[in-house]
Design a protein around this ligand. Sequence first.
Ligand code: HEC
Length: 101
Amino acid sequence: MNKLMVFVVFGLGLIWACGGSGGDVELGKKVFKMQCVACHGSDGNLQLNGAKKLEESTLSFEERKAIITNGKGAMTAFGSILTPEEIEAAAAYTIKQFPQK
Ligand code: HEC
């Protein structure tokens, strides 16, 4: 019984810790669905308008944040559309959701 409690608390702590490092993944998911799917697709591989497959991206969290904020090529600059928090969340989401194969 006590062991179970420890497990539950530990599990929640882990989930919280992950969400807390570099962006809120739930928020990122929402932002991605609303703003990014049109070009990148829900699996990150749509490649519309020359968008790269996100699972092939080698960019770091900071670099992704910069591209999302400032745009690049055909990609929209989201700096004036999304809040910094939403941009961080979206960047974190692309790393988590589309890891390099
Ligand atoms: C209008 C279409 C479009 C939308 C909307 C869009 N992107 Fe992009 N995205 C692109 C294109 C095109 C590129 C490739 C830019 C280049 O390298 O010239 C790109 C590149 C990227 C990259 C860099 C990949 C790499 O390794 O070079 C990331 C990360 C990214 N997009 C994330 C996002 C996120 C997150 C959103 C939503 C907030 C988003 N994109 C919305 C078109 C789009």
